[in-house]
Design a protein around this ligand. Sequence first.
Ligand SMILES: CC(C)(COP(=O)(O)OP(=O)(O)OC[C@H]1O[C@@H](n2cnc3c(N)ncnc32)[C@H](O)[C@@H]1O)[C@@H](O)C(=O)NCCC(=O)NCCS
Ligand SMILES: Nc1ncnc2c1ncn2[C@@H]1O[C@H](COP(=O)(O)OP(=O)(O)OP(=O)(O)O)[C@@H](O)[C@H]1O
Length: 291
Amino acid sequence: MHAFNLQPKPLSLAEHLADLAVDALIDEADLSPKPALVDRRGNGAHTDLHLGLMHASALSLWPAFKEMAQAASEFGGVGLPLREAIGRIGREGEQAMLATTSGVNTHRGAIWALGLLVTAAALDPEFTAPGAIALRAARLALLDDRYAPHPLSHGAQVAQRYGARGAREEAQLGFPAVIQRALPQLKHSRAAGHGEQNARLDALLAIMTRLADTCVLYRAGETGLHTMQSGAQAVLDAGGSASLAGRRRLHRLDEQLIALNASPGGAADLLAACLFLDRIESGDSIIQGAF
Ligand SMILES: CC(C)(COP(=O)(O)OP(=O)(O)OC[C@H]1O[C@@H](n2cnc3c(N)ncnc32)[C@H](O)[C@@H]1O)[C@@H](O)C(=O)NCCC(=O)NCCS
Ligand SMILES: Nc1ncnc2c1ncn2[C@@H]1O[C@H](COP(=O)(O)OP(=O)(O)OP(=O)(O)O)[C@@H](O)[C@H]1O
């Protein structure tokens, strides 16, 4: 008989979902070449971000994602108590992120999107179709957290100026950029045999074709947004990131967006959300939690 039990302890549902969320963030950061975003090649349009920081930030969010999933199991249904609990945990997650990055915003939008989706997935672990999870997340996002501060964020400023829908509205609508664009494109490009990295790049581009990304609007106005949307469409029309013509167009888009200082950070967050939902859909039942 062994003195120690060498069997790994099975993961709880909350731990498993937190692992999936962190993995999605790390996969998003590593994916290359992403236009004007931090990736394996470099810092894109950012002077204060780099890949190591994105990884450290992603890992710092694991406890917050786990706590959100646990809160879902404790409260058991969509309602104000759960909404306010995850709002508090999300704000604490933001503080953990800022402590890790010395004050740089690496994942604010991702805490919001993935936090809602992790919570929604934990609420009903037997019913994990992407559309069903996104709908539960939307019902949570529609509830008003009485304790949420309302600073004049970059998103709020461009919402006022351009009347754009930002991160909050995207969630309240059930993440249409993910459900209607990114996931179908991911599956389409995989089915065409384009390879996993190219399929993920195509999914990011599909998000970029329509999103009112408030990061881009704040940094580069409507010119930046139009360049992002039409450039992403041009890459897909040229055959996507797996084709030679599409690759050339993708590199041009990268140069154009960097010249405009226009980083599509909101689109990057939604790609992470897409990868998270895809993992849940394609994996074993998350009830098993479990490896
Ligand atoms: C709703 C949030 C995202 C704030 O949104 P707002 O637009 O005011 O803020 P900000 O300019 O900082 O942008 C947030 C981020 O969203 C991402 N984003 C930008 N545009 C979009 C878009 N169209 N769709 C989705 N995400 C987007 C970007 O990464 C951006 O950095 C959220 O951070 C929030 O409500 N914070 C309050 C504290 C809270 O309750 N947190 C816990 C949530 S679980
Ligand atoms: N790979 C990535 N590269 C760059 N940004 C990313 C990446 N993945 C996600 N993001 C998102 O982009 C946002 C960073 O954009 P941005 O620097 O414009 O934020 P900001 O704090 O609003 O503005 P600023 O840095 O101009 O003050 C982060 O909130 C993050 O959610």
